[in-house]
Design a protein around this ligand. Structure first.
Ligand SMILES: *Cc1c(COP(=O)(O)O)cnc(C)c1O
Length: 374
């Protein structure tokens, strides 16, 4: 059996190597390394894919969040609500801009922001909510958007883990992750569902005025070269990465299907094992399985057992943000965010990617089953 990996970017590349190599060669020949035509072409194609009017590409998913908050002109002291069970980037840019991150706990089953607690976190200083579509499934957007509208708050969707996931509203309208709030952000980090060969990111909006502002913010605050109307940053998607992403975007739905096939196998093989909870499927969102995350008993022992068997795993995330030195506050103690604290001790993500082999899925499932039943 082939060595099991958390992500198999090499095999994924080999399957489309001629196309990718051609795309790279074309950029090398043109030498338009910065803002070459592939950048705009990819942005257009991605906009069509997620069905949004404007896509602004940038350097990475963290920059995308920062650019979003800068373009919305959030001011120091403004409060931004975000789930405490997320990657640090979400909180980091908030803090970096002098805004106040206001953490909220998540649902134990979906791992996404607990919308029932949302209103209790809103104060006169609250300006925005940043739902994170964690592990590949949309947060509860319909109630979240209703609350945001009622309180006139911006919604910035962190779609780094869920590009391609689709949410269905109660009236039947379907929207892709990242296109429901005023702004959506995403990342093309190599192991993300649409990964490039380095760093990359993008921002979505349907608002034409805001799109212009986002574009300027990502480009030194200029609309016309050397005329800086606002303070911006330098955050660009390289032409080489855009060329690669243009090719890979065509396969994104196939990638999601492959991830779903693996998830379906795990669901069936792992359901009903005492001590193991398979990931919950939301009724109103598709899942693109950036991660396949179990909630288990004796997590650390299981992790060791799997490692010994040659099965890599990851813990997303082992230390909740409110216990991180950089984000800790006196008021945060044990039990401040009980669900997240519990998840940090019980979640384990097992290998899922576009190249999983049937024998690997069987071996991983069997090893987990054996751990809990013998
Ligand atoms: C990966 C990720 C980011 C950051 O993306 P980078 O491209 O690595 O900067 C932000 N938020 C979430 C939830 C992520 O998973």
């Amino acid at each position: 059996m082939e060595k099991i990996k958390m992500a198999d970017l090499h095999t994924q590349y080999l399957r489309i190597k001629p196309e990718i190599d051609d795309a790279i060669q074309q950029v090398l020949t043109s030498t338009a390394f910065i803002q070459g035509p592939e950048v705009n072409a990819f942005a257009q194609a991605l906009g069509t894919y997620v069905d949004v009017n404007h896509v602004i590409t940038c350097g990475n998913g963290t920059d995308a969040l920062q650019i979003a908050m800068m373009a919305l002109e959030l001011q120091p002291g403004d409060e931004v609500i975000l789930p405490v069970h997320t990657y640090v980037a979400t909180a980091e840019v908030i803090a970096l801009l002098g805004l106040v991150p206001v953490f909220i706990d998540v649902f134990a089953d979906s791992f996404n922001l607990d919308v029932t607690q949302l209103e209790s976190k809103i104060t006169p200083k609250t300006k925005a909510i940043v739902p994170v579509h964690l592990y590949g499934q949309c947060a509860d957007m319909e109630p979240l958007l209703a609350i945001a509208n009622r309180h006139k708050l911006y919604v910035i969707e962190d779609t780094a883990q869920a590009l391609g996931a689709e949410y269905t509203f109660s009236n039947g309208t379907r929207k892709k992750a990242g296109t429901m709030g005023i702004i959506g952000t995403t990342s093309f980090f190599p192991s993300k569902n649409l990964g490039c060969f380095g760093d990359g990111g993008a921002i979505f909006t349907n608002d034409t005025v805001l799109a212009e502002k986002l574009k300027m913010t990502a480009n030194h605050g200029q609309r016309i070269k050397y005329h800086h109307d606002i303070i911006g940053i330098n955050s660009r998607l390289d032409t080489l990465q855009a060329a690669i992403l243009q090719v890979k975007l065509k396969y994104l739905d196939d990638y999601a299907r492959r991830r779903n096939d693996a998830a379906a196998y795990y669901d069936l093989a792992l359901a009903g094992i005492a001590g193991v909870k398979i990931p919950h499927r939301s009724g109103n969102s598709t899942h693109v399985f950036h991660q396949y995350t179990l909630t288990v008993e004796r997590r650390d022992d299981l992790k060791k057992e799997l490692e010994a068997a040659g099965i890599p795993t990851m813990i997303y995330y082992p230390v909740p943000l409110h216990f991180q030195k950089a984000y800790a506050r006196k008021s945060f103690g044990e039990g401040s965010f009980p669900v997240t604290e519990s998840l940090s001790k019980t979640v384990i993500s097992i290998p899922i990617h576009t190249e999983m082999k049937p024998e690997q899925l069987a071996f991983i499932s069997e090893t987990i089953k054996t751990f809990y039943t013998t």
